[in-house]
Write a new protein. Structure first.
Length: 292
């Protein structure tokens, strides 16, 4: 199958947008077909028509089709702007600046590549059941998050592991220092019994050891505080990203419902019906007058 040079997650996002675009294109084509069918049903009621009547019918049909196609093109443009807005908003949250090359939008080779990709993805022989019949679910951040987020999470997890190892080392050092202090205190008591004049030196050793233990304790508490802050920062990032993904999914669902509602309330279609009804009434009146 044709590929677009993207990773699996981004390629699935492209397929989702192409499915959305194909749905809109189908609605537009149905509207155009219904305009022609209405003309056949409402105006082509006689066996012969004059040149003026045929011209009038074609002009009216052209006006309706022109209005419908123009409206659909404008709506497609606005839809693409909203899609770009979503991508840029996500990039700005990570302080990224994305760039676009408009000249590539008219690259025939790239357009043919996209057409081949669409053909391979949506033809009946190659259609993937999981993509067409199973509604996509929100993927876990460890599997479906952005590449930058995964790198950030991996970095924070690595830093967390380093802090844990450092804590273990400090705990070992603190335990060894406490053991050494106990041994020295015991030795000091023995020396005090044997040599009373060495009491001052022993007290100084104890003070130095106590200072050392206090310094190790402060370092241990600082390292523990840093590890707690990093863990909280990681959890906050994970929650925020999950909320953003849920919001994007809700926006896509709302846009699809609005498109379905738009097809049922097309103003151009209703206007065409009213114009054709008035024209038929005028033709009937004229034919009655001519027969009289």
């Amino acid at each position: 199958q044709a590929e677009l040079g993207l990773n699996e997650h981004h390629q699935n996002e492209v397929i989702s947008y192409m499915r959305f675009a194909r749905f809109k294109r189908g609605l537009c084509l149905k509207t155009v077909d219904s305009c022609f069918q209405d003309l056949k049903d409402s105006r082509l009621v006689e066996e012969t028509f004059t040149v003026d009547e045929v011209t009038d019918m074609l002009d009216g049909l052209r006006t309706v089709v022109h209005s419908e196609v123009e409206s659909e093109i404008i709506n497609t443009t606005y839809t693409n702007v909203l899609l770009l807005r979503q991508l840029f908003s996500q990039a700005e949250k990570w302080y990224l600046k994305l760039q676009t090359d408009v000249s590539d939008l008219e690259n025939r080779e790239l357009l043919e590549q996209v057409a081949e990709f669409e053909k391979s993805e949506f033809t009946s022989s190659n259609k993937k059941p999981s993509a067409d019949h199973i509604k996509p679910k929100l993927a876990p951040l460890s599997e479906g998050g952005s590449e930058l987020l995964n790198k950030t999470v991996a970095y924070l997890q690595e830093e967390n592991e380093k802090l844990k190892a450092r804590l273990k080392t400090i705990e070992t050092q603190a335990t060894a220092a406490l053991d050494e202090k106990s041994k020295l205190e015991k030795s000091l008591k023995d020396l005090q019994v044997i040599q009373g004049d060495q009491k001052t030196d022993a007290n100084q050793d104890i003070t130095e050891l106590e200072n050392k233990v206090a310094a190790l304790k402060c370092q241990f508490e600082k390292t523990l505080s840093d590890a707690t802050e990093n863990q909280k920062f990681l959890e906050d990032n994970l929650v925020t990203t999950k909320h953003d993904l849920l919001k994007v999914q809700d926006q896509l669902s709302t846009a699809q419902k609005e498109l379905e509602k738009k097809f049922q309330q097309t103003a151009a279609y209703r206007n065409m019906k009213e114009i054709l009804t008035r024209k038929n009434e005028q033709i009937k009146d004229l034919r009655k007058k001519l027969s009289k």
